[in-house]
Structure formats: C-alpha cells, structure tokens
Design a protein around this ligand. Structure first.
Ligand code: DCP
Ligand code: MN
Length: 560
C-alpha cells in the first residue's frame, strides 16, 4: 500500500510538471484572498530540488499554492465557514465553486459520491478541469490548519491521478465517434440507450409520445457519449480478446475495491465495460486509449493482457494474502475499507479466525456482522421474503393503521433470491408517515421477527437490522424506511433499483434539466424557473416516469 502510494505520487508529479506553467497563469477565479504571485514556479522548483517533497499544491509548507474548494455536503455551515476563513487568512485561495484552477477539493464524501456530485453540479464535457484536481478528505484541511501549514496530503487523498487525466481526452473521443458511430438520427429515435460507468450493461428508456413529438420538432441529436457506448453493445469479438481483457480488468477492479481505492476501481471498471462493448476486436493498448477515460497506464495494462494473456499486477494482487484479507474483511457487515486496512496492515489479521480471536475490539455492529457472517451472506429465497413481508405487513398495519408498505430492492424486481429485504413505508398523513418505522420496529421485536438492531437510534425514519422467520431460519438483513407520501414515488424508484437502472434514469433526468434523488424530482434552476422547483404530487412511480417524459418501466424490467 505505502509503496504504491509513494510511487503514484512520484509519477503523478513528473507527469504534471509540464502543465504547471499553464496553470499558474490561470489563477483568475474567485478567491477570498489574493494568492501571492508566481507560487507555482516556486513550489515546483522547491519540489524539484528536494525529491522527497511531493510535488503537490502546498507541499512546500506554505498556503500560497493552495486553491481550495470545500464541498458543502455533509459538513456544517459553521465548520465550512471556519475552514475557509482560516485558509484565506493563511494566504491560501478559497474558491466558491470548482473552477479549472482549483487544485485542492476537500470533501466529506467518498470518492464515488464526490465524482457523481461534481458531475451533477459542475462538470460536463467542456468544463472538466484540464488539470487533475486533488480530492482530499476533510481531515486534510483540518489537520493542516491545526499545524498551520499544508501537510503531506498522501494519507488524505480521495483518489489517484491515472484516469482523471484520461477523462479530459474528450477531443480524441469525438474523433473516434465520428469514425465509428452509426448515425443516430434522432428524428426517428424514441429510445434512449443509457449506460453508466462501472457496468457493462445498457439501459433502454422509451421516451413518452409527448416528448418524442417535441424532440422531433427540435430535431435534437440524441447521440451522446453513453448512447454511443451502447451502440456497440453487440460486441463482435472473433478472437475473444476483448472479453479476456475486460474480465481481467474487472478482476483488477475488484482488487482495487478491496484496497478501498475507489477511483482506480471506478476507472478500471469503466475501461472493462467499454472494451466488452467494442464492436470490433481490440488490437492494441494504444487503440484502447482512444476510448474515453482510458489513459496511457491502462493502455499499457491492456497491451500486456493482449500480449501475454494475463496481467502481472493482477497476479500479484491475487497472490497477496493482504489483498485477499482486505476483501474478506470488507464482506463482514459493518466493516468498511478503513477498518479492513487497519486490521490487515496494522494488526496483521488475515482470516475470520483472527477477527474472532479479537472479538472484544469489534464494534457492536461488527460483532453482529461477524457472528452472523454466513447467515448474512446467504441469499434469501423469494418465498422467505414473501413470508417476512406478510409478517411485517400484519404487524405494521396493526400498530400504524392506514400505513402502506412496499418491499423494494431485488425482490420487487422479481429476483428469485435476494441479498436483503428493503421495506418502504408511507402514510397519507406526513407525521404518521415519518414516524412509521419507529413505531413498527418495537412491535416487530415483540413479534419476534426482529432479532438484532444495526442502527443505534431507533427513533429515526430509517432502520437497519436482522430478522428471522423462526428459530430454524437464518438471520436476514432487513432495512425499513419511512417516507412522506410526496416522496414515495421517488423513493420507490430509487430503492427498487437496480442501481444501474436508477443511475441511468438519473442521467436522463439531469439531461432534461431535473435532478432526481431518493426523495424528490427537482426542476433545476434555469432562466425559466429562476429557482430549483420540486415537482409536487409524485406519489407513485408512474408519476415520476411521466414527469420525466418517460414510459413506465415495470420493476421486473429494471433488473439490469
Ligand atoms: N449505493 C446504492 C445502494 C442502493 N441503491 C438502491 C438500488 C437498490 O436496488 C436498492 C436496494 O439496495 P440493495 O443493496 O439492497 O440492492 P438490491 O436489493 O438491488 O440487491 P440485493 O438482492 O443484493 O439486496 O437501493 C442505490 O441506488 N445505490
Ligand atoms: Mn436489497
């Protein structure tokens, strides 16, 4: 781990060397304080003369080259203000939004959320920053301010560089698209094919008649990056090389996931997906770099797979008992990447036995996750979910008359087995609706259905726990959530998944000028609306689809 990070830092530094000059002339964005002049050259020089110092904004120990944006999510307004003021007071620049010159983005999110958020709010194909920004955990700023100078950010990085650079190679892609795209003339097209990063599946959404008419009028070209990617969905791969490359990259992504390296996981999976879909057999790694978001380093890996049929990096990972243990530990409920890393790297644990031997150091939830490890990992037969649903319905309607509940997730999509049970509650009276879960939970305990709580606060509108049909049944994971009726349509859509389907719908929504969340569909600020406008009355999924100009897709058809 340590070694890998150090290496990444070094190569990142040299790669970016050439771009520094350009960046230093472009510090024109809104700042709360004026940064001293020529900071970039100074820091680059100091980093060059002291190789041990990472070539990173502010790493020369001053704030002069720090242009920071604090992502305002999951961080209190007061804390955010204090942090920004302190940075400004120390001579750093504070940006009000992510500008192309922002070089430190601090967030209290995980990297996939952060990227998703930036995509939704800030980035598009034309304004994606030319230079890779640094994503840092909030603690980076907090600790730096404590010490008064920017500290080495490596332990706080939220992602690594490699693929980000590839992301801005859109120009290349445009050319590629011109060469290969089948004409997607929209005048006749009613289906939008959407595919999102991280998966090799495609979602087709049918535009409603009404919208289709409008679109024809506008004769807008639908073809998009995603659309194109999907057009090649029928991969013709006579040599089978594309699938080989794709499979290996997917496995590599699994390893990155185990390590908690979400950025590499995301970009590697993206490459795997794109390659699986290519309508022609890939001949070289260089050719692959013409695809969006595939950079040189991934290109080299692809070349290696094409040359040798395997990937040393992946083999090394697989042979590494640390990585295997990281993967294993994260499959325990309640154990995340950070805990798994601590157990593996600091405590030297490798097996479930090791964890069991130190059970006293586990959190309550982890202890439950470990004790019922095999129960929780077993898939639940559909018939058992049905039986549990019936019990929950019986108890819930008794304690909260008039309550409506829907079991969502894979069950609603018609799967034969499910990983867990996701139940959503609502009620025509908002007050009753939001309190439904907290009233139902004790009753379900009394009924003997709930056995363990995994949420400490039972008064909330959301509950996680274990349940069991009877003494001979396995313990099952169950989630209960309350929503107001006005949120129910969006909530049903969100929690019925599949995750991939929902991401595609959200992508569609965004393009139509909406933002869709688990609670609301909001018409985003525009010259017409003047402010964000939540769409009212979306009690059902049908209403949400309709508002989005889409034909309804039944849950069974969302299992993609
Ligand atoms: N990061 C996430 C997690 C969940 N969901 C949504 C889509 C899922 O379908 C639904 C339920 O999440 P589960 O993890 O329970 O997934 P499923 O029910 O689809 O599958 P499983 O059978 O594994 O429970 O919530 C999502 O959009 N994004
Ligand atoms: Mn589920």
């Amino acid at each position: 781990m340590a070694k890998r990070r150090a290496k990444g830092a070094a190569s990142g530094g040299s790669e970016r060397g050439g771009k520094r000059g350009k960046r230093s002339t472009a510090t024109t964005s809104s700042t709360a304080s004026t940064a001293p002049s020529a900071p970039s050259a100074a820091s680059a020089a100091s980093a060059a003369s002291a190789p041990s110092a990472p070539l990173v904004a502010g790493s020369d120990g001053t704030w002069a080259d720090v242009r920071v944006y604090v992502v305002p999510l999951r961080i209190g307004a007061v804390q955010g203000r204090v942090l920004r003021n302190r940075v400004a007071a120390l001579g750093g620049a504070v940006h009000d939004f992510v500008s192309p010159t922002t070089n430190v983005i601090v967030a209290n999110l995980d990297v996939s959320e952060l990227i998703e958020w930036l995509r939704q709010t800030t980035w598009n194909e034309s304004n994606t920053p030319q230079e890779e920004p640094r994503f840092h955990k909030l603690d980076y700023l907090v600790d730096s301010l404590k010490q008064q100078s920017p500290i080495s950010p490596h332990d706080f990085r939220l992602h690594s560089d490699e693929e980000y650079v590839a992301q801005v190679k859109m120009a290349k892609y445009q050319q590629y698209r011109r060469e290969h795209q089948r004409r997607a003339d929209v005048s006749g097209t009613r289906t939008v094919a959407l595919s999102v990063a991280g998966s090799d599946k495609m979602v087709s959404l049918e535009v409603s008649d009404e919208l289709a008419k409008k679109r024809r009028k506008k004769a807008r070209v639908l073809a998009s990056r995603e659309f194109f990617a999907c057009q090649g969905a029928k991969a013709t791969d006579p040599k089978g090389n594309n699938m080989l490359v794709s499979r290996q990259l997917n496995e590599l992504a699994d390893m990155y996931k185990a390590e908690g390296d979400q950025w590499r996981e995301y970009t590697t999976r993206n490459a795997a997906r794109r390659i699986a879909k290519l309508p022609f057999a890939l001949k070289s790694g260089a050719e692959a770099t013409k695809l969006p978001k595939i950079g040189k380093k991934l290109g080299a890996k692809i070349q290696e797979i094409l040359d040798t049929g395997s990937l040393r990096k992946l083999e090394n990972f697989k042979a590494d008992d640390k990585v295997v243990a990281l993967e294993l530990f994260q499959s325990i409920w309640g154990v995340g990447a950070a805990t798994a890393r601590k157990w593996v790297h600091q405590r030297g644990w490798r097996t479930l036995r090791d964890v069991r031997d130190h059970a006293d150091s586990l959190t309550t939830n982890q202890a439950i996750g470990l004790k019922y490890y095999h129960d929780i990992k077993s898939r639940i037969p559909r018939s058992e979910v049905m039986a549990i649903e019936a019990r929950v319905r019986e108890v819930a309607t008794a304690v909260v008359p008039g309550v409506a509940l829907t079991v969502c997730g894979s069950y609603r999509r018609g799967r034969l087995t499910c990983g867990d049970i996701d139940v959503l509650f609502t009620h025509p009276d908002d007050k009753v609706a939001v309190s439904a879960v907290s009233r139902v939970v004790p009753a379900l305990h009394d009924a003997g259905l709930l056995t363990h709580d995994l949420t400490s606060d039972n008064r909330g509108d959301s509950y996680m726990g274990l349940c069991r049909l009877g003494p001979d049944s396995l313990h099952r994971r169950i989630d209960l959530k309350s929503f107001k009726q006005s949120e129910y349509g969006c909530a049903l859509l969100y929690f019925s998944g599949s995750e991939h389907f929902c991401r595609s719908v959200r992508t569609w929504a965004r393009r139509q000028g909406y933002s869709l969340s688990e609670r609301a569909l909001v018409r985003r600020f525009s010259r017409d609306t003047k402010s964000d406008l939540p769409i009212p009355g979306l009690f059902t999924e049908e209403a949400v689809f309709q508002a989005l100009g889409l034909k309804y897709v039944p849950p069974e058809e969302r299992d993609i």
